[in-house]
Design a protein around this ligand. Structure first.
Ligand code: PFF
Length: 457
């Protein structure tokens, strides 16, 4: 088979428009929505964070996602070459976009391992013990167990990557995503019935302007990148897999709405309950452990809590897996393109890097807790490096590339290629040219100043 033929074969992997939406949503919906979103809401003031997040998602998230998918479909290349194909001077962006999934994969698998541990805990009937206050902190600080679960999660991801895009990603997501939504709604309805949850629901839904700060915007923006799989080449890769006749505008709306709804549901499951148990300060104090501390407490109160607990963690596990698959797929396809190696070699290479960076990410909660970078444990540092620095930088350069170097028309033409309507087209133009670059520059400056203690995070 010639190189072009092979390329062609790899790139026509999504058999239908809806297949593409499910796969992209499968990548987008994951630990970002279920684990990261709720704890940031707790940390950055409840309702006000939600409000900022929704505004960003509908304006900025939409613009960037449309841009990335269109770049992928237009160039038919993976990120390492796609940006350069749009404009010679922007080839470097491909490298930055490639670095992000390399950084995220290791710690994503660590958290995926935590989910797996909870799934096993509930399946083996120990859900009650998981509701105790110290269960989570003791587990992540243990010397061996979190590493074992990390390794299993990583191995599962790598195994599915071996099966290839079509079989692996499409099939799993199509079945499980709708189930996740239904179960989340059921749990949310239960949360409303818990005595005292009203105050927590208020904290979650009513924006309190006095809690607004620049950090609310910065963290909401980083969260949006992570959650929607933006600024990391993933959507460029998926765009390159889509067929010319797929309606991109509609797909972008579906993915963005789906992703945001799941995040909102996850927050609704977690925040009011933890508010009942430990108030706002307690909710904040849980940090990245929030999901794991709050949910067992809900399940403990449900008559059929054990079954719901099993089902829930199984679904979170699969949501995490479909996302980690997309992260590893991005890493692997970039390695193949950059180093001209076989897929098998690229997978091994990706696994090695994930282990080298994943082990310290996991151990940073226990034996290696004293090893910090810029005052952060290793996992938090990787999260910070990718979400707060590299992703805003990639997004900023993407907006400059499209807004000022090749013009927004390059993207809107691709999106409306089959005569489709593009809603929010004017908004799109203004976003990529002006609003987004300014906002991103402010964010990058804020984070840099924070490092020197000028701004508090
Ligand atoms: N968007 C995924 C989530 O919300 O869990 C995470 C993710 C997917 C991050 C793909 C990075 C990535 F490349």
């Amino acid at each position: 088979m010639g190189k072009n033929e092979k390329d062609e074969k790899r790139r026509s992997s999504f058999t239908s428009g809806i297949g593409f939406v499910f796969a992209a949503a499968g990548s987008a919906v994951g630990l970002g929505n279920l684990w990261r979103f709720p704890y940031l809401v707790a940390q950055y003031g409840g309702g006000i964070f939600i409000l900022v997040y929704i505004i960003l998602a509908l304006t900025f998230g939409f613009a960037l996602m449309a841009t990335e998918i269109a770049i992928g479909r237009k160039t038919q290349k993976s990120p390492s070459r796609a940006y350069g194909a749009i404009h010679k001077k922007f080839g470097f962006l491909g490298i930055f976009a490639t670095v992000v999934p390399i950084i995220i994969l290791p710690y994503y698998c660590v958290i995926g391992g935590w989910v797996l541990k909870y799934m096993v805990t509930f399946i083996t009937g120990q859900g009650l013990s998981a509701a105790s206050d110290t269960y989570f902190s003791e587990f992540i600080a243990a010397p061996v167990q979190p590493l074992v679960y990390f390794a299993i999660f990583l191995a599962a991801t790598a195994f599915i990557i071996f099966l290839g895009v079509n079989k692996g990603i499409e099939k799993i997501t199509k079945v499980l995503m709708p189930l996740l939504v239904v179960l989340s709604i059921v749990i949310c309805i239960f949360v409303v019935t818990i005595p005292g949850s009203g105050a927590g629901i208020k904290f979650y839904l009513l924006p309190d302007p006095s809690k607004f700060s620049l950090m609310t915007v910065c963290s909401a923006m980083g969260q949006m990148f992570f959650s929607m799989s933006l600024a990391m080449g993933i959507m460029v890769t998926y765009g390159s897999y889509t067929k010319p006749e797929t309606n991109l505008s509609k797909s972008v709306n579906q993915i963005e709405i789906f992703d945001t709804v799941i995040a909102l549901l996850a927050g609704f499951m977690v925040i009011p309950v933890i508010y009942v148990f430990s108030g706002e300060a307690g909710a904040k104090a849980n940090g990245p452990g929030l999901l794991f501390v709050a949910l067992p407490k809900i399940f403990e109160q449900m008559a059929i809590g054990r079954v719901v607990g099993i089902l829930f963690f199984v679904l979170v596990f699969f949501a995490a897996l479909t996302s980690s698959i997309s992260i590893m797929e991005a890493v692997v396809s970039s390695f193949i393109d950059m180093f001209h190696i076989t897929r098998r070699r690229a997978i091994i290479f990706a696994i090695v890097i994930a282990i080298v960076l994943g082990v310290p990410s996991s151990m940073g909660n226990g034996l290696w807790a004293n090893f910090t970078i810029l005052g952060m444990d290793f996992l938090t540092f990787l999260d910070y490096l990718s979400n707060s620095l590299i992703m805003p930088f990639v997004a900023l350069c993407t907006c400059l590339l499209i807004g000022w170097f090749v013009g927004p028309k390059t993207i809107t033409d691709e999106i409306t290629r089959n005569g489709e309507k593009m809603g929010r087209r004017k908004l799109y133009n203004v976003m990529v040219k002006y609003v987004a670059p300014v906002l991103l520059a402010i964010i990058l400056i804020t984070y840099s100043l924070a490092q020197f203690g000028v701004v508090t995070m």
